[in-house]
Design a protein around this ligand. Structure first.
Ligand code: HEC
Length: 226
């Protein structure tokens, strides 16, 4: 058998199977086994993203109704978790990836290449790499558009991007077409994506340390209402 062509292919096949298992499965597992998984509390420890606070400013009555505690780390964490759950439930991941690979100039289109550590947190359970890209990658989506843009876009995408094939999400809005709890949560979630990068968002050509980074400034402790 080992002297036949098929024998050589069988042994080569088994060898490459074991090699890929070791390189892509075993080694990463051994490298990251001691890396702690970030909890929701860890993720909001630095403060609240500006866009969440802005939702409270723009829609004070609705915000107070959906997040009675106001702009706090707890309500931010709640919105993130809910936004994540909606992202999973609505199968946004079916059209959007959350992983920028170091190939095909993906970093020029969407921002810095993704690192393994960015996925070691509860909001990447299940991991939301996605399987295909009908729409753009979203791991650097935060602050790419304003809250207003998202409010209009989730309601009727073609009003904002005429060629869009993204579905409408009218159930993210109340009877008066203000974003409801789900709408505010999904907007908070997409605005949060990528906000953990210190040099963020330099894909906009604004430079890693430019003054124009103000819009991703974390709200300070004092500004977070109890
Ligand atoms: C049928 C595929 C499809 C589904 C499902 C889908 N999208 Fe999209 N999405 C697109 C396409 C295509 C675009 C690009 C055109 C546009 O901006 O509307 C897009 C654009 C976006 C953008 C703007 C990206 C940018 O930077 O311009 C965001 C944010 C977004 N989608 C979030 C979501 C979320 C959240 C969900 C789930 C609630 C979702 N999408 C579901 C196809 C989809």
């Amino acid at each position: 058998m080992f002297e036949s062509k098929s024998g050589v292919f069988l042994i080569a096949g088994l060898f490459f199977f074991v090699l890929s298992f070791v390189v892509m499965g075993l080694l990463p597992w051994m490298m990251y086994i001691n890396e702690p998984e970030q909890t929701l509390e860890d993720l909001v420890a630095d403060g609240v993203i500006h866009e969440f606070a802005e939702l409270a400013e723009k829609f004070p009555d609705q915000f107070a109704q959906h997040f009675p505690d106001g702009v706090t780390r707890n309500s931010f964490a709640e919105a993130l978790q809910r936004g994540h759950d909606i992202y999973v439930a609505e199968a946004c991941w079916h059209c959007h990836s959350q992983q920028i690979r170091p190939v095909s100039g993906e970093d020029l289109r969407w921002g810095p290449v993704s690192h393994a550590r960015e996925y070691q947190n509860v909001l990447q359970r299940p991991v939301l790499f996605g399987t295909r890209r009908v729409g753009p990658d979203l791991i650097r989506e935060g602050a790419r558009h304003s809250n207003d843009w998202h409010v209009a876009h989730f309601h009727t995408p073609v009003n904002v991007v005429p060629t869009s094939v993204m579905p409408r999400y009218p159930w993210f809005y109340d009877d008066d077409d203000y974003p409801n709890r789900d709408g505010m949560s999904i907007i908070t979630y997409v605005q949060w994506l990528g906000s953990w990068l210190a040099e963020y968002p330099y894909y906009r050509g604004e430079g890693p340390s430019g003054d124009t980074l103000g819009h991703v400034e974390k709200v300070t402790e004092a500004a977070v209402t109890p």
